[in-house]
Design a protein around this ligand. Structure first.
Ligand code: SF4
Length: 314
């Protein structure tokens, strides 16, 4: 919503704009909604996916984490650098963002905003129309490209002023009103922390595995159990493609389970017991679990108890 408002405010002053929509492997945003807003506003939308470059920052972010695994300061520095490159390519004079002073405690404090601008090589070149009157004049205002009197002095976490302004400016549809980054989700952050602690580096493919299924940590191995047909299909295809060991209950409906990392017999037995737990097999006696790693073999396992299960869950 904030970006949509910023675009509208600056566009109404007769400034030519092109939008850029950033995504990371952790976004829950709807790209189509962004395109629809761009179409309605009559502006071109560029899409930039921050993939491996973003993931490389995640294990050890130079400016630390927010409340969970969100690396908002480093993320914004990367976004601003990419925006600067794009601005150069398309001949843009400055950058406009929907940031609101003190809306986010980690990355939208005055000091953090200045640091981000500086490290991205954009000092003074970022205009934040929603909070501009509370901030030093940007170059776009100094040059007269934008009239400061037509800008706003919104601050803080309450969204009410933006909602009122949206009403005033006739904006009804806006994408992601409350944000959508998995890195701020405490449950996902726990899973990610566990993964980084054991594996160090992340790839885009690994993130797609972290985003789905139930995960269990068994020593050096990570056991991933599908929660529904779609997830099972995906896990199956990843296992086939990458040669990852997988298991499934032989004679009953049940999930596909991937065994990632080093797995000894104990891990395989536990993985099989977890697989049985989430299948339709009777829980009180051992059943056949098919284990596929190159060849097929059979493990007999009884469903793991809930208490023990919770000990391994991440
Ligand atoms: S919430 Fe996520 S996408 Fe947004 S700035 Fe922070 S790390 Fe980046």
């Amino acid at each position: 919503m904030d970006s949509t408002l910023a675009v509208k405010i600056v566009k109404d002053q007769g400034v030519d704009l092109e939008a850029v929509h950033f995504t990371t492997p952790f976004c829950l945003c709807d790209k189509c909604a962004v395109n629809a807003v761009g179409e309605e506003m009559g502006i071109k939308v560029h899409h930039i996916f921050m993939g491996q470059e973003f993931l490389n920052l995640l294990a050890d972010p130079p400016h630390g984490y927010g409340s969970q695994m969100n690396i908002c300061i480093d993320c914004r520095i990367l976004m601003f650098r990419k925006a600067r490159e794009l601005a150069k390519k398309i001949g843009a004079e400055g950058i406009v963002t929907g940031e609101v002073l003190n809306e986010r405690p980690f990355s939208q404090r005055p000091l953090a905003m200045r640091l981000i601008e500086r490290e991205a090589g954009l000092e003074g070149r970022v205009l934040r129309p929603l909070s501009a009157k509370l901030l030093p004049e940007s170059e776009l205002e100094k040059d007269g490209a934008v009239d400061r009197d037509g800008l706003y002095s919104i601050r803080g976490r309450r969204r009410l002023p933006q909602m009122r302004l949206a009403e005033e400016l006739g904006i009804r549809d806006y994408p992601c009103p409350s944000g959508g980054c998995l890195l701020t989700d405490p449950n996902f952050a726990k899973r990610l922390r566990d993964y980084i602690a054991h594996e160090g580096k992340l790839t885009v493919e690994q993130v797609s595995l972290l985003r789905l299924g139930r995960h269990f940590r068994l020593g050096a191995a990570n056991v991933i159990v599908g929660r529904n047909e779609d997830e099972n299909r995906f896990l199956f295809s990843v296992a086939e493609r990458d040669g990852i060991p997988r298991m499934r209950v032989a004679d009953y409906m049940g999930p596909d389970t991937l065994i990632m990392g080093e797995a000894d017999d104990r891990v395989l037995d536990r993985g099989a017991a977890i697989t049985v737990r989430y299948s339709d097999a009777p829980k009180g006696s051992p059943v056949k679990v098919t284990y596929i790693h190159g060849n097929e073999s059979t493990i007999f396992a009884q469903a793991i108890g809930d208490e023990e299960l919770d000990r391994w869950r991440v």
